[in-house]
Design a protein around this ligand. Sequence first.
Ligand SMILES: CCCCCCC/C=C/C(=O)SCCNC(=O)CCNC(=O)[C@H](O)C(C)(C)COP(=O)(O)OP(=O)(O)OC[C@H]1O[C@@H](n2cnc3c(N)ncnc32)[C@H](O)[C@@H]1OP(=O)(O)O
Length: 719
Amino acid sequence: MAQYARTKGSIALITLTNPPVNALSSAVRKGITETVSRALNDTQVKAVVLCGENGQFCGGADIKEFAKPMSGPALVPMIHAIEAGEKPVVAAIEGIALGGGLELALGCHYRVAHAKARMGLPEVTLGLLPAAGGTQRLPRLTGIPTALELITTGRHITAQEALKLGIVDKVTDGNVVDAAMEMALSVIGRPLSPRRLSTLSTPPLANLDGVFEAAMAQVKRRSRGAMAPVACVKAVRAAAELPYSQGMKRELELMGTLMSSGQAKALQYCFFAQRAVGKWSLPNGAQWNNSRPRDIRTAGVIGLGTMGRGIVVSLVKAGISVVAVEMEEKQLDLGRKEVTGILERDAKRRGVTAPLHLISFALSLQSLRGVDLVIEAVFEDMELKKRVFADLSRVCNQNTMLCTNTSGLDVDQIASVTDRPPLVVGMHFFAPAHVMKLLEVVCGPRSSAEAVATAMSLGKRMGKVSVAVGNCPGFVGNRMLKSYMDESVFLLEEGASPEQVDQALEEFGFALGIFKVGDLSGLDVGWRVRKSSGLIGPDVNPTFPSRVRQGRRYCPLPDLLCEQGRWGQKTGRGWYLYDSAGGRVARPDPEIQRFLQDYRLRYGIPSRRISEQEVVERCVFALANEGFQVLEDGMAAGPEDIDMVYVFGYGWPRHRGGPMFHAAQVGLPRVLQRLEFYYRENPDIPHLQPSALLRRLVGAGSPPIQQWKQYIRSTHSQL
Ligand SMILES: CCCCCCC/C=C/C(=O)SCCNC(=O)CCNC(=O)[C@H](O)C(C)(C)COP(=O)(O)OP(=O)(O)OC[C@H]1O[C@@H](n2cnc3c(N)ncnc32)[C@H](O)[C@@H]1OP(=O)(O)O
């Protein structure tokens, strides 16, 4: 787990060997401890170089071990032994030095990095802090503001930035181990004390209190209830105010609290879930590691509305040539202006040239004849989409893959009008598509393994987290969202205000409450969907619209709002009031209070006080309950897939792990009991009726989330 070799006569070369990222497992720590001791005791050895096998220095502590009892040598004394040793140790950083990997390098006396290496202390993203001395050594090296920024964000930096910040001593384009050896030979005999970061003082800083108060305010604003960023600020403050040994005690104490927290467990679950969702499989045995994606070099995008523009930008940024098509000249010009603007601003921020040469704009589908893949992003209307796909079928090469960005329509129906159903899949992006990380890849019953593999891999190329989902109305994300949104408006009927519901959900950790989200995306969007799905139509009494539709409770409040022209931010009024059309700052609107009171009076609904607990439970447990149903129906491969859809597509607070993980963490019996209670109170709301899978899991003693798949009775995966 750590190899030892003596080279150039006097240099000991220690190589970490734990593929794929040389994580610091207990075996690796044992290997490093033993080989460092051997080098320090070998009189022939004058200096040591520490490197990692296979072009990766070290990916940090082994995250899998966090869930197990600690065994083997601890990281802190191991790093201390390196730093305190009387022989210079040089870290040769290639690939990555992350978390404990960078902390290990900071314990070395010198650091040489390859020009393509990346470094960082991402522990905060796992609900932890850099507790192998990182919060104490880094501020002593870079100064407090830089250390605060790197530790509280977990941002990865390039070798060039690390050199500028003084984190590494040299950057090379060549062989990093050779460069580190050269450095090791050149420093033999030089005093080591100035190189021992733990013995240095943090660089003085005027207005220390102000800096830490500002940092604390910033992390609290950004982190929506996450504990780790707050603990990181406290640990760095200890570096500024306490001697090293006391700072280390504080670091350990803070880490102890984080390590046992539910938030750390949730964030670590997300780390593995994010990787697990890439490992898709279909019922016919095709899966991620036996299906070859096509190489996509050219793509077409039809429709340059908000979604289409974002998709064009994402494709172009992934290096793919795009033909963007609109039917009307005015829309095309508008789209061209927007896409160009986004790419130019992005390029300016990154100091590169905008890849505008990769895009061409056209007014006819004929221009898509030769592309490898087309993504349709026209209006959400089945008849329109069918027309487009029938045309594409005629126009495009026989081999061109045809994808739809529908947010919930039947992909198989769309495929059925083409001459190539196996080459049709859904690629459901989330707005704005060049920003949001989620991509739902909708596997129609006739989509081929090659088409699924291609869409999944294209998503990855675009920097998305691609999740394979089944073809049901709303797929996974929007299907579940319906219960969540329905609950939120039912709560308004029963006495809550939009701001009260939003505040409870934001306290829970959502980036934005559901009513603010509605105003942001436009309330008319859902209105149109309800009209096309027959929920609103000529038989609805316009003055006294029914509260029961299609056999279940229905809340007409959003429709009534839309009829008043309150479509959200775009009209300056929605659930909230804005300064003007397009305004962003939401203010509670007294008119909405009156509107809600009148509505309750008219329908004879008694208004009651609704607690924050009820808001969160009804919205969030209803969401998870639908998630159990999604699993039971075979529309998602596992709870991880659902959780990643919510974390990356719907602003779900990552430190709560996703709705399914949250249900597990609250305790399935408790979730079941609360759903039973709310369903008893509201028998006209079917989505509050506990799902059969939830009952079965509780009956089985609430097994860990990783075992849930075994309890899905109908193992008829629709993927
Ligand atoms: C009092 C207690 C004191 C304890 C002090 C502890 C202080 C230190 C804490 C830490 O170091 S926490 C860990 C910090 N490191 C990270 O957060 C890095 C996490 N990894 C990544 O960001 C990426 O994996 C990567 C290294 C940038 C590589 O990305 P890439 O896209 O190339 O590959 P992946 O698919 O992500 O990973 C490949 C494979 O490796 C597994 N893996 C990666 N890092 C770790 C790790 N640190 N521990 C365990 N396993 C890791 C990853 O899960 C993948 O596995 P498979 O899916 O292939 O099985």
